[in-house]
Design a binder for this molecule. Structure first.
Ligand SMILES: Nc1ncnc2c1ncn2[C@@H]1O[C@H](COP(=O)(O)OP(=O)(O)OP(=O)(O)O)[C@@H](O)[C@H]1O
Length: 317
């Protein structure tokens, strides 16, 4: 039963609809100012149309973050916006007496969470849930948060502990290209779609410095190895190996130059994520040395050679 619509007491459903229509018109009439609404709880009346119009107005004004109470709505800009993620901006949010008074940003969430750990007498674990549909920007957002913590949670006093913190920071950031190489693939919606879920745990000591990180992955879409929807691709790592292996490695891994594989469709698409060197470099930083890497790729290559199948129908030796 309808009791009240935006302060009106309607006598009937018809009247309620009329009031709603008037309120809607009034709200959208001042549309030029919609981009200034940085909290969706201030949208009135709350309808799908008003919320979307508000987000659209902000998007047009290159404003990609909007609060919705204690939730942050992030719009994917689909273009590089480097000034939005600079270390200077990270420090600004970190140093602000009240970060929630600054413009809505993923760094506000990061900083508030960081302070919540610190401000309690007994530190309490904090969680940030990043959700959205495929291509919405979850991986990007998680990466941003990791970079943010790597910057703000790594300012120890002594040179020695500074070095340790720096190493942890690098390892945390380097875990991304490795996980993405092995667990991401190009889909119709996203060139770099994560085909697994992940739970990332960042560990801080009592002084709020980063001491480690752990990543748990789950629900890897293993079937993609053998079956890809048309116009989609297999996991990046396979293309990286095929495109980036040196001549020596090709010989070792029995990987003829230019060979086509039926289970590696659309290899002609050249993606930023195809860079084998980036994965190898990141693995090195994670402590996986070159011989171990070679063993991994050899094992991967052997396991997959049975499956890839060559387009000419020839089995692999
Ligand atoms: N804040 C941002 N700034 C610039 N580009 C972005 C931003 N967020 C997302 N993108 C772009 O959108 C693409 C898709 O984002 P992302 O991979 O994070 O989506 P996702 O939600 O993790 O998708 P999936 O669920 O498929 O893994 C990124 O590769 C990047 O190009």
């Amino acid at each position: 039963m309808l009791q009240q619509v935006n302060g009106h007491n309607p006598g009937s459903d018809g009247q309620a609809r009329e009031y709603l229509r008037e309120d809607l018109q009034e709200f959208l009439g001042g549309e030029v100012l919609l981009y200034k609404l940085d909290d969706l709880t201030r949208v009135n009346p709350v309808t799908l149309e008003t919320v979307l119009r508000c987000l659209q107005a902000r998007y047009m004004a290159d404003t990609f973050y909007t609060n919705a109470g204690c939730t942050l709505v992030a719009l994917n800009p689909f273009k590089p916006v480097p000034q939005l993620y600079s270390p200077e901006l990270m420090r600004e949010y970190h140093a602000a007496p009240q970060p929630q008074k600054l413009k809505p940003h993923v760094f506000t969430v990061g900083e508030q969470t960081y302070r919540n750990v610190k401000s309690l007498i007994e530190p309490v674990n904090q969680s940030i849930v990043v959700s959205g549909e495929s291509g919405a920007g979850k991986t990007w957002t998680s990466r941003c948060l990791m970079k943010f913590y790597a910057v703000v949670a790594a300012s120890p006093a002594s040179w020695e502990s500074h070095k340790i913190a720096e190493r942890i920071e690098q390892r945390i950031l380097n875990s991304n290209p490795v996980m993405e190489a092995f667990g991401n693939a190009c889909t119709l919606r996203n060139n770099n779609s994560s085909r697994f879920g992940k739970f990332i745990q960042l560990q801080l000591n009592r002084a709020q410095q980063m001491t480690g990180a752990a990543v748990q992955t789950y629900l890897l879409e293993k079937t993609r190895v053998a079956c890809q929807a048309s116009s989609e691709r297999n996991f990046h790592i396979f293309y990286q190996i095929c495109k980036g292996a040196s001549e020596d490695e090709r010989l070792q891994w029995h990987l003829p130059e230019g060979a086509a594989f039926s289970w590696l469709p659309n290899p002609e698409r050249s993606l930023e994520e195809d860079c084998f060197e980036v994965t190898r470099e990141a693995m090195l930083h994670l402590g996986i040395d070159t011989p171990t890497q070679n063993n991994i790729f050899k094992v991967r290559r052997k396991a997959t050679s049975l499956m890839f199948g060559r387009d000419d129908g020839q089995p692999f030796s």
